[in-house]
Design a protein around this ligand. Structure first.
Ligand code: ATP
Ligand code: MG
Length: 306
């Protein structure tokens, strides 16, 4: 099982090696990060925060691509009023090139709409997997960071994205159900052997005490029951103007620069974009996709015939 997964991955990576010399411009950063935003419970702020972080990152000249991997209604194109004509599904069906699917959103952020292609990622043929990773490798020349907005819940797709990402940001609010679901997500990822860093972002906290309490509950449980270490990314206050700013296609930090939320968002964004995962490496983006489409194979082989 490991051999087959490894074989497919080696094939992806050797293809990339072959393409590299010809396609990569000089001076390109050699470190790719794939940061997946997840939560367990829905409605905790993932989509609004991914959008805000991406807008701030673009301003600082990071080359970010945002992947909308949410199959539900709360996804980025709905929030921003974008109407993608084509999605990842068209790429998988061979009806579009990956470049034709990319959309430019407010603040100069580039989006890759997943659409129903996300559900199909778990059932691709090997040839489709290779074609997809090939297409993604082309994007790796232009983008150094992929932010993935996942949907709520612990569905196979959400798990695949979180497994394959170099880093996972778990967004949690002080609500007990949010904390329980965030722990549930961390536990499943740990049980499935995820090794990369897991950050915790406490959103909509009333103050630092409340946020620290939430982080400690999660990190103590993770340490005691899973032997896993969580990294505190910090906390954000509730500000009802966030959604209206994002919906009006304006970066919140630009619209309300003096607000507490804006100042914390700026700090957090600086921290997030200065972290180095240590696991992404040069091939982070290619590895992400090959791992992602490879997991179905490994899972099936692990569970064996039923
Ligand atoms: N810091 C905040 N202050 C005030 N409102 C917030 C904050 N963060 C998020 N919200 C609001 O919470 C709601 C849910 O946010 P969002 O859609 O981003 O969550 P989500 O985690 O992506 O949800 P889903 O899991 O359904 O995709 C929105 O109305 C959003 O404006
Ligand atoms: Mg969302």
């Amino acid at each position: 099982m490991v051999d087959q997964a490894q074989g497919l991955r080696d094939l992806f990576l050797s293809q990339r090696e072959k393409q590299k010399g010809a396609k990569e411009p000089a001076g390109k950063p050699r470190h790719h990060r794939v940061i997946s935003f997840t939560s367990g419970k829905g409605g905790v702020g993932k989509t609004n925060l991914v959008t805000s972080f991406a807008q701030m990152a673009v301003q600082k000249r990071h080359r970010v691509l945002v992947m909308d991997a949410d199959l539900g209604l709360g996804n980025i194109d709905v929030l921003l009023g974008l109407r993608p004509k084509r999605t990842l599904q068209d790429v998988l069906n061979g009806q579009a090139e990956i470049r034709d699917v990319l959309l430019e959103g407010p603040g100069g952020v580039t989006f890759l709409p997943g659409g129903s292609g996300i559900a199909e990622l778990t059932a691709l043929e090997t040839a489709q997997k290779l074609a997809l990773v090939d297409a993604i490798n082309e994007l790796a020349v232009e983008f150094d960071t992929l932010l993935v907005d996942t949907g709520a819940g612990i569905s196979p797709n959400v798990l695949y994205f979180n497994q394959a990402a170099t880093e996972v940001v778990t967004v949690v609010t002080p609500e007990p159900t949010s904390i329980a679901d965030a722990y549930g997500m961390i536990k499943v990822l740990h049980q499935r052997g995820r090794k990369g860093p897991v950050y915790v972002l406490v959103n909509m906290a009333r103050n630092g005490f409340e946020a620290v309490h939430v982080f400690q509950r999660l990190s103590l449980a993770a340490e005691r029951f899973l032997g896993a270490e969580l990294i505190n990314l910090g906390w954000l206050p509730r500000d009802p103007r966030l959604e209206s700013a994002v919906r009006q296609q304006t970066a919140f930090v630009g619209m309300y620069p003096q607000s507490k939320l804006a100042s914390r968002l700026r700090e957090m964004s600086t921290r997030l974009f200065s972290l180095r995962s240590g696991t992404g490496g040069e091939e982070g983006l290619a590895r992400f996709w090959s791992d992602l489409v490879d997991q179905e194979t490994s899972d099936l082989m692990e569970s064996g015939p039923t």
